[in-house]
Design a protein around this ligand. Structure first.
Ligand code: FES
Length: 98
């Protein structure tokens, strides 16, 4: 899957977007000039779509689980990390290996 950073929050370090594709829903974030993370946007608690952010933390709207950009649980009730996918970046396009 490919995501163009131009004109999106991913233009800036710290930006994140929710991407909907045929393969599902993903949260993509820019963590450094040339570094991105991509995680599945499905909460491991009860399956809600994670749509919220608080600084560089993702927040599930259903029961408030909080995850780091790499999908690690910061605060429950979720106990398992979000699935993370490998990314690469070139010419303004993030490629996510699903
Ligand atoms: S479904 Fe996300 S915290 Fe419960």
């Amino acid at each position: 899957m490919r995501v163009n950073t131009s004109g999106s929050p991913l233009d800036m370090v710290g930006g994140a977007v929710l991407v909907e594709s045929m393969a599902g829903l993903f949260l993509v974030a820019r963590t450094a000039a040339n570094a991105f993370t991509a995680v599945e946007a499905v909460c491991t608690h009860e399956g809600c779509t994670i749509t919220g952010t608080a600084g560089d933390i993702y927040v599930c709207p259903c029961h408030g689980s909080r995850y780091a950009r790499d999908g690690r649980v910061v605060t429950g009730p979720a106990r398992s990390s979000l699935r993370q996918y490998a990314t690469s970046f070139a010419a303004g396009v993030v490629t996510i290996t699903l």
